[in-house]
Every structure is written in structure tokens, then in C-alpha cells.
Design a protein around this ligand. Structure first.
Ligand code: BJ8
Length: 426
């Protein structure tokens, strides 16, 4: 019996199955994270956050809602966090990274739907996700076809969806549409929260979100060191937690961790031996607790030094300007900032290749592992173009889901890839 049972019951969770889920998560975390050697002490905070992932953070949100705040769920980095915070809302990432409730999800979605979509559906239908239950509004977006159609069905179940119409091209017309959609979300948030969004509130919110991005950028830059001062697994976890922790506390704790990593870099303390093959993972996002690929890579001797992903660089690469000459100017700048994101849902999407090359060079990468969730047409298709543009650079294309069924086969491919990378460096 947990201290949170009453809260979970009030949120409508299936208590016996939820207990099983937490047990499974705890064991996975123990096996994947806590067995890593020489972790920075500052990871203690993030371990604590995970140990309380359905406990303390949910209680904080429940209490904040009782005090009048609203929970705003999102599934995509195109949804402007600045607007949510300026409306005194709580920004809650809802993407899920574990296979849960698949049979229930498949009553609404075709089997050949990506695991990320099936998982957020499955968590809801199996009554296992407290985050969805503490939202007052869920903001979706017209990115991939799978999400678009899933949101329709999700609205039938939750009745909470607001869909942002994201264009597919960054043309003048596309930009105009997106700017109008940002304004429409502002209106929706004002209506929901009763809070008037002003340029001053947006400036304050932007500073909070930018501070979080700056801390994530700092972490990313520290990983350029050889040996890298933090494992890819730990860095991935931090990027995952960025989507639901309190942003001010998160930034503070991440900066403290980065102070420690600064010291490690000076003393050349790493988590893997200097010279371990340095890998950039690029592609579909990895929602918590999807640690599969990083775990396979790092237990095969690689150092994952970057994520070209929405749970990674795509989330923190660009800052939003912090000075606004009025509300229209603020909305213009926010809309533009989000259109710098290089998701494969845009056509053309050449900036993504440029960004991959930049990360490869800055992080002194030896090989790129392109990761696409199975049935994700966008990233699977784009992987061919990325491979072509990278020419002879070591490139491994991985298409997988959340199950461990292909783990053995993937490990064999990864080991062969790392061997090839090592030989190439000789
Ligand atoms: S900005 S990557 S968070 S849309 S993996 S559900 S694309 S079929 S998640 Fe994404 Fe926003 Fe783009 Fe980022 Fe569809 Fe592909 Fe599934 Fe995906």
C-alpha cells in the first residue's frame, strides 16, 4: 500500500495494475540505470524524480490544480510552452515510452501505428497514466497522420483536445497559418484559465523556458568532452524529465549537475574509457521510459554523446527572444521560434541535415545511429536522405518499437557497427 493510493484512486487509476507497472519500472530502472558505473553525484536528484514519477510530481500538480492552476498536456515540441506558463498553466508532456494497454489501443488504432501513439492511448485506456488525469486541456498538433487520426479518437475518449493546425511547409502562407494558430492557442488558454496573457507575462515565461533550454544546451556542450563526463543514458533521462518536472527547479538542479560535470571535464573523469566510439542518435523521440537503444549502445561499448531528437536538441536548440514590443510582437517571435524546429513532418526539411552535420562535428562523433520508431513513415523515409547526405560517414539505420523482442538482433548489429567504427579510426 503506497502513500499515494488514495490520490491514484481519486484519479481513476487501476490500482493493482498500476502497482505492477511501478514494480516493472523500478526493476527496469535498477537494471539499466543504477548498474551504471561512476555516475555523477548530481544524478541523485533525477533518480529521485523517477522514483516519484507517479507520486510526488503528480501530488504537486494535484495541489496546484486545487489552488486554481490548470494542467496542459502536450505531445509535441511545437506546442509553445511560453504560452502555457504565461497563462499560469502547468506544462505536462504526455508521450509514453512503454508498451502498455496495446490490446485496448488497437480497438481504436490500426496495428501498424507507431509505439509512441499506441502507448499514450494504451496508458489512458488501461487507466495507468496519472499525468493524463491531471490535465484540463490536451493540445495536439497536425504533424504526422498517425497522431492526427489518433487525436480524433482521443478526443472522443477524453473530450479535452485542442488541435493546433501545423503547416507542412515553412512558406509565407504556412507561417501565416502558424502565427494564427499560436494566437488561437493563446485565446483558448485565456478562456480556460481566466488569465489574461500579456507581453509582460510572456516575457517572464520565456525567461523560465529559455533558462531551461540554456541548462540543457550546457549539458549538451559538456558531452563534447572526451571522455564524456556523463552517460548518454543519464543525459537522455534528463531530457525526458524536462517535459514534466517543475521548470525552475529542474533548471536549478541541472545547472548544479553541470557544475559537477565542468569539474569532471577538467579532471578528465568520464563514464566510459577515453576513446570509446562516440555515437550520435538521430531521429524519432524517445519518451520516458524508452531507454532501449541507449542501453543497447552503451552496454556494447559506445558513448552516446548526443540526441538529434525532440527529446534532445530539437527541444532546446533555439531560444525565444526575451524582449517584446507588445503582444503581437511577442506572438510573432514565439511563432517564429517554433518554426525553426526541424521535424520530418515538414517538407522540405533540409535544416535537419545541416543540424545533424553540425552536431556530428561539434560532438566529435564517430558514427550516427538513425532511430525510427517502427511505422513512423516520416523518420524512416527521411533516414534515406540523411544517409545519402552523410556520404561515407558511418551510419546505422535502426527501426524498432518498445518491445525487447529484437534486442538480441539489434545488439549484434550494433556491435558490428561499433567494430567497423573502431577499425575506421585506426
Ligand atoms: S516535432 S518528432 S514530437 S511530431 S514517431 S508519433 S512522428 S509516427 S513524435 Fe514528434 Fe512533434 Fe515531430 Fe517531434 Fe508520428 Fe513518427 Fe510516431 Fe512521432
Amino acid at each position: 500500500m503506497s502513500n499515494y493510493d488514495q490520490m491514484w484512486k481519486e484519479l481513476g487509476l487501476d490500482l493493482p495494475n498500476h502497482e505492477g507497472l511501478l514494480k516493472f519500472l523500478g526493476e527496469a530502472y535498477q537494471g539499466i540505470y543504477l548498474t551504471q558505473k561512476n555516475r555523477p553525484a548530481g544524478m541523485g536528484y533525477f533518480d529521485f524524480v523517477i522514483s516519484e514519477v507517479h507520486g510526488l510530481r503528480i501530488k504537486e500538480i494535484v495541489d496546484a490544480r486545487k489552488a486554481g492552476k490548470k494542467g496542459i498536456g502536450t505531445f509535441c515540441v511545437y506546442v509553445p510552452e511560453e504560452l502555457v506558463l504565461a497563462a499560469n498553466g502547468i506544462y505536462i508532456g504526455l508521450c509514453a515510452g512503454a508498451e502498455v494497454g496495446t490490446p485496448q489501443a488497437e480497438q481504436y488504432l490500426p496495428r501498424n501505428t507507431c509505439a509512441l501513439i499506441k502507448a499514450f492511448f494504451g496508458f489512458k485506456l488501461a487507466n495507468l497514466c496519472p499525468y493524463g488525469e491531471v490535465t484540463d486541456l490536451i493540445v495536439g498538433e497536425t504533424t504526422c497522420d498517425g497522431k492526427k487520426k489518433a487525436y480524433e479518437a482521443f478526443n472522443d475518449i477524453t473530450g479535452k483536445m485542442h488541435i493546433m493546425d501545423l503547416p507542412n511547409t515553412k512558406s509565407a502562407e504556412g507561417r501565416k497559418l502558424w502565427r494564427a494558430e499560436v494566437a488561437r492557442l493563446k485565446d483558448k488558454l485565456e478562456e480556460l484559465t481566466g488569465v489574461k496573457i500579456t507581453p509582460e507575462k510572456l516575457a517572464e515565461a520565456t525567461k523560465i523556458v529559455n533558462d531551461k533550454r540554456r541548462a540543457l544546451q550546457r549539458l549538451a556542450a559538456l558531452r563534447a568532452a572526451d571522455p564524456t563526463p556523463i552517460s548518454g543514458l543519464d543525459a537522455l533521462l534528463i531530457n525526458q524529465i524536462a517535459f514534466y518536472d517543475d521548470p525552475i527547479r529542474f533548471t536549478d538542479m541541472l545547472n548544479k549537475l553541470c557544475d559537477e560535470l565542468d569539474g569532471r571535464v577538467k579532471e578528465k573523469v568520464g563514464v566510459v574509457p577515453a576513446g570509446a566510439p562516440r555515437v550520435l542518435v538521430s531521429g524519432s523521440p524517445m519518451a520516458i521510459p524508452n531507454w532501449k537503444l541507449h542501453h543497447l549502445l552503451e552496454t556494447s561499448g559506445a558513448a552516446v554523446v548526443g540526441e538529434e531528437s525532440c527529446v534532445g536538441a530539437r527541444n532546446y536548440r533555439a531560444l525565444t527572444p526575451e524582449k517584446f514590443a507588445g503582444l503581437d510582437d511577442a506572438l510573432d517571435k514565439i511563432a517564429e521560434r517554433y518554426l525553426t524546429i526541424d521535424c520530418a513532418c515538414f517538407t522540405p526539411n533540409d535544416e535537419r541535415i545541416e543540424n545533424i552535420v553540425k552536431m556530428r562535428d561539434e560532438l566529435k562523433v564517430d558514427g550516427i545511429v538513425h532511430y525510427a520508431l517502427q511505422f513512423c513513415t516520416l523518420y524512416t523515409s527521411e533516414s534515406f536522405k540523411v544517409a545519402k547526405e552523410l556520404k561515407e560517414f558511418p551510419f546505422l539505420r535502426v527501426e524498432t518499437d518498445y518491445t525487447m523482442e529484437d534486442a538480441g538482433q539489434l545488439k549484434t548489429r550494433i556491435e558490428a557497427f561499433l567494430e567497423m567504427v573502431r577499425n575506421r579510426r585506426k
